[in-house]
Design a protein around this ligand. Structure first.
Ligand SMILES: Cc1ncc(COP(=O)(O)O)c(C=O)c1O
Length: 382
């Protein structure tokens, strides 16, 4: 497939690396102790891993499938197995993107991707309530960063109208589901503004992957903007019940990350048990749509029972903040619920702004009707 001219600058930078013999690529291999099995089945004695005591296979022995535990090296050295590639291919298929790559955590995926893509001379526009991993990515990048008020599309357009001309590339960075508020980002409006001002969207689907959309790929699918959001980051550690993070997008963006994104280059690749459990979770997301239907139905039920108002499109988000205000009061209410057998954490600053402490309910498809009834009754008495 040809490279979209939109990414000419990234592809030129990759060509420069190729010219000077520094282009890095992933080569899937499998480890058998100190032997490395290549894709064609041939074997090499492995002098590239950091498994100094030979324990990766030994501690992996106790796992049900007797796999090596850690990946023993970064993805670009010898920590990228055929199972990592299989997981990346599954993600790209679900996301309907050209390519994907997996990271040791969602935090690393968010911070590393933004730090790598936001280069000197670029502008990053970041929603005020973005997750810390996105904020840290903005801070680590060499781009100028402007924070716009939460979901305020007029302010965003205004900043871009004023500043866009001074920058090379512009990026709009947002959570798709805001983890402390249960809000959805207005992705269609963001994409319109992106088109208007030639700015690319980078979104963090951490709380949406597996939950939203008919196929469970997230909020971009749910809001019908999959083809308008270039770079989608997600985590394997929430709805997928595993560990790790991912980025899905055009092949050239993924190749660029492999060559410039520090957590991919300088951190040990995702552990194999996490890779296997994430692959199984993707199977289940495909085979068991009833899980996402269940949690979305519960979210609607609890919101309706408690009279929590929100946009109908947001009613299915399984994160429900119960506004409280003062920190002490939030802690007290959380303790009261605990005494009746319910764990609902109190969220205080700096996770939320001063004076906006809250209880945060997060629902699961595994909650029974009876449990949810107790939650509703408990919250109603506060
Ligand atoms: C919105 C958001 N992005 C990213 C992350 C980081 O993901 P992980 O826990 O896999 O590092 C989290 C989780 O805490 C999150 O809530």
């Amino acid at each position: 497939m040809g490279i979209d001219p939109m990414w000419d600058d990234l592809s030129e930078s990759l060509s420069d690396l190729r010219r000077c013999g520094r282009l890095r690529k992933l080569t899937p291999t499998d480890s058998r102790g100190v032997r490395l099995v290549l894709e064609d089945g041939s074997e090499l004695v492995n002098f590239g891993s950091n498994d100094y005591l030979g324990l990766a296979a030994v501690v992996g022995e106790s796992s049900p499938d007797r796999m090596s535990a850690g990946a023993t090296a970064s993805a670009l050295v010898c920590g990228w197995t055929r199972r990592h590639q299989c997981l990346a291919d599954r993600i790209a298929a679900l996301e309907e993107t050209e390519a994907a790559v997996v990271f040791p955590s969602g935090y690393a995926a968010c911070s590393g991707t933004i730090a790598a893509l936001g280069r000197s001379g670029d502008l990053i526009l970041s929603d005020q309530l973005n997750h810390a991993s996105l904020i840290d990515g903005c801070r680590l990048s060499r781009a100028d960063c402007i924070v716009y008020p939460h979901r305020d599309m007029n302010s965003l357009a205004e900043v871009l109208a004023r500043c866009r001309g001074q920058y090379g590339r512009a990026w709009i960075v947002t959570n798709t589901v805001f983890s402390m508020d249960g809000h959805l980002a207005p992705l269609a409006e963001l994409a319109d503004i992106g088109d208007q001002f030639d700015a690319n969207l980078i979104v963090d689907e951490a709380h949406a992957t597996g939950v939203l959309g008919d196929r469970g790929s997230g909020a971009c699918e749910w809001l019908g903007v999959k083809d308008r959001v270039a770079v989608r980051i997600g985590t394997l550690s929430k709805a997928l019940g595993s560990q790790g993070g991912f980025v899905a997008g055009p092949g050239v963006v993924i190749d660029y990350l492999l060559n410039h994104c520090r957590p991919l280059i300088y951190s040990t690749s995702l552990a194999l048990p996490a890779v296997e459990s994430a692959i199984e979770a993707f199977d289940r997301i495909e085979r068991e749509p009833e899980r996402r239907q269940r949690v979305r139905t519960l979210a609607e039920r609890v919101r309706m029972s408690l009279g929590l108002e929100c946009d109908p499109v947001e009613a299915v988000v399984p994160i429900l903040p119960i506004p409280v205000g003062q920190d002490g009061r939030a802690v007290e209410l959380s303790a009261r619920l605990r005494r009746s057998g319910l764990y609902v954490p109190a969220i205080r600053p700096p996770t939320v702004p001063d004076g906006q402490a809250r209880l945060r309910v997060s629902l699961s498809a595994s909650h029974s009707d009876e449990m949810v009834q107790r939650l509703i009754a408990g919250l109603a008495t506060l």
